[in-house]
Design a protein. Structure first.
Length: 322
């Protein structure tokens, strides 16, 4: 009897495996997609030019994909009543988007409205972060000490400078809000600069790294090419953040390259802008996970669900070591 049951089980198992190996085909109907405006606009209070980009969203079965909307018209309106309108063919710059020049935005609440023919109008709202600077009511503080320096000059070759700098940064803290910051080197290392045809003209780079490995307060963000830093409500967690700066420079004259300053940008950014770039970094650089985990979706604060409107203030920090 046991042998009979074993044979029956073996036959059923083999039959089941054969059916599984043949595969199961099911038709899945994807819902129709109604194209909507996807807008990306990141602005600061004062700038020579700022670029806004509008695309049409596309469904998974759309062979053409997303397309730029050159006819898009943008309106920025402050809660106080002031407004700015630009866009359309007149402000379209090929390869960039719609360019707004001579920007001066006041503090407070801003609403962005984007319109285009044959599309539903979309909106997004933002609050301008405090204006960060090295002085004033929303100030950062820093120290920069040269730890190691190497200077070389030879008659037959270019001069060369290498420095390692201990850099600490204290960011402002508001007791009633959790703020977000971005810190980055303006002349950061980039392999693209080492192409053979450009190598002779290259004159140096700066690398900014946190001294504490896996510091939970400091997160590298590839799209921003800098470090995103988040404040914590009611906790002074951003005092004396430890960084290391490494500078290399070369050129024909030692006196000139040794005086080459290190330029950093310190920004206060809106929470929505921070979330957008964090999610974008996760999409571009997934950290892995279970096989059937849900895909990471792009963050959006636009009414259509596509794109982001962000505001930030920034300050240029110049470090000189002669």
């Amino acid at each position: 009897m046991k042998q009979l049951l074993f044979l029956l089980s073996l036959i059923l198992g083999t039959t089941g495996c054969d059916k599984l190996s043949e595969g199961v085909v099911r038709d899945i109907d994807f819902p129709e997609h109604d194209p909507q405006i996807a807008v990306t606009f990141m602005a600061r209070p004062i700038a020579d030019t700022i670029v806004a980009r509008a695309h049409s969203s596309a469904g998974i079965l759309d062979s053409i994909g997303s397309k730029r909307i050159k006819e898009a018209v943008y309106t920025l309106e402050n809660a106080a009543g002031n407004s700015i309108t630009w866009g359309g063919e007149a402000d379209w710059v090929q390869g960039l988007g719609h360019v707004l020049t001579d920007v001066e935005l006041e503090d407070g609440n801003w609403t962005l409205t984007v319109e285009a023919p044959e599309f539903e109008t979309v909106t997004a709202a933002q609050v301008m972060p405090p204006r960060i600077d090295s002085t004033g009511s929303y100030a950062y503080a820093y120290t920069a000490i040269v730890e190691d320096e190497f200077l070389e000059e030879e008659e037959s070759e270019d001069a060369y400078v290498a420095r390692t700098i201990d850099f600490t940064l204290t960011l402002p803290d508001r007791s009633d809000a959790a703020d977000y910051f971005l810190v980055r080197a303006q002349k950061s290392f980039n392999w693209d600069d080492f192409e053979e045809e450009e190598e002779a003209e290259y004159d140096g780079y700066v690398v900014l790294n946190p001294r504490v490995e896996d510091d939970p307060r400091i997160e590298w963000n590839q799209p921003c090419r800098g470090y995103l830093i988040q404040d914590i409500d009611a906790v002074e967690a951003l005092n004396s953040l430890p960084f290391e700066l490494y500078q290399e420079a070369w050129g024909p004259e030692l006196e000139v390259i040794s005086a080459e300053p290190i330029v950093l940008e310190v920004c206060a950014i809106s929470a929505e802008m921070a979330q957008y770039y964090k999610r974008l970094d996760l999409i571009n650089n997934p950290s892995g996970g279970p096989l059937f985990t849900e895909p990471v979706l792009a963050y959006s604060n636009v009414s259509s669900g596509y794109g982001c409107f962000g505001l930030y203030t920034s300050s240029t920090l110049i470090l000189s070591f002669e």
